[in-house]
Write a protein that binds this ligand. Structure first.
Ligand code: SF4
Length: 265
């Protein structure tokens, strides 16, 4: 559940997405392209870890790849204890996560991954139904797979991206996460940049902003390069104090970590 936002000031509108992306790229630089783009790799990446950061997720995927393999067959032939040990670094309850990997592998084996990949290219909406059968793959997961495999363009916002979009005013928070997700996806669709690479870059920039500055419980508006374009900031009266080192429109470090003293009501 996203934190409740104060109502937007009527005269404040969301900025253009392109303008937001330029400001974010100036602040963070251009993100590297994602290392993993294959649908089954992404399903394993999602299920092998729980509540850990991106770096750890990739490390756990690499450990799985080195010790077991990342094909459905390799996962199905691994002993449960060995599988759980391979992904131990991925957070809580390794046996439960190992079971999810087995479930995903069984499904992939039955489904035939080559057929799934072909379906994603030829009939993304049909493939979406198949993808959603995998553990951890709801609508956002299916959108991400279809985006990263370059089959259906959408921003596929994760919770960090969604929070930024709500606060900037692209969409109002709805009564459920799913509704807000769908509304946000629809709201930014006409403004998406051209081409899969550019959309993936846009998603990564917004995600990074949500992870490092526009955080869930304490957004660092005082150091945010988007503050002057932000509905949430405007609704706070724009009274958050800034210093020369942390100006709303000034540069922030690539790490993006800003003073947390600035917290809108
Ligand atoms: S001004 Fe604050 S709420 Fe708005 S995008 Fe920046 S960090 Fe997020």
């Amino acid at each position: 559940m996203l934190p409740r936002m104060p109502p937007a000031a009527p005269s404040t509108r969301a900025p253009a997405l392109a303008e937001v992306l330029v400001a974010l790229e100036q602040a963070y630089g251009k993100p590297a392209p994602p290392r993993l783009t294959d649908p089954f790799d992404l399903i394993l990446l999602e299920n092998a870890s729980y509540l850990v950061d991106d770096e750890r997720r990739v490390a756990v995927f690499d450990a799985l790849s080195a010790r077991i393999g990342t094909t459905p067959e390799a996962i199905l032939t691994a002993k449960p204890g060995v599988l759980a040990a391979a992904i131990e670094g991925g957070g809580m309850r390794p046996p439960m996560r190992a079971e999810k990997l087995r479930e995903a592998a069984e499904l992939a084996h039955d489904m035939d991954l080559d057929r799934l990949r072909a379906a994603m290219r030829e009939s993304p909406e049909q493939a979406r139904k198949q993808i959603k059968k995998f553990p951890g793959m709801g609508e956002p997961g299916a959108d991400k797979l279809l985006l990263f495999y370059r089959c259906a363009p959408s921003l596929a916002p994760d919770s960090n991206v969604l929070r930024v979009l709500v606060r900037l005013g692209f969409v109002h928070e709805e009564s459920s996460y799913d509704k807000t997700y769908r509304a946000a996806k629809q709201a930014v669709a006409p403004e998406l940049p051209e081409g899969y690479d550019a959309i993936i870059t846009a998603r990564e920039l917004l995600r990074r902003h949500g992870q490092t500055v526009c955080m869930r419980t304490a957004p660092a508006c005082g150091a945010c390069p988007l503050a002057k374009r932000c509905v949430f900031f405007a609704a706070s009266g724009g009274i958050i104090r800034t210093s020369p080192a942390a100006s709303p429109d000034g540069p922030i470090s690539p790490g993006g970590c800003a003073p947390r003293r600035a917290r809108p009501p």
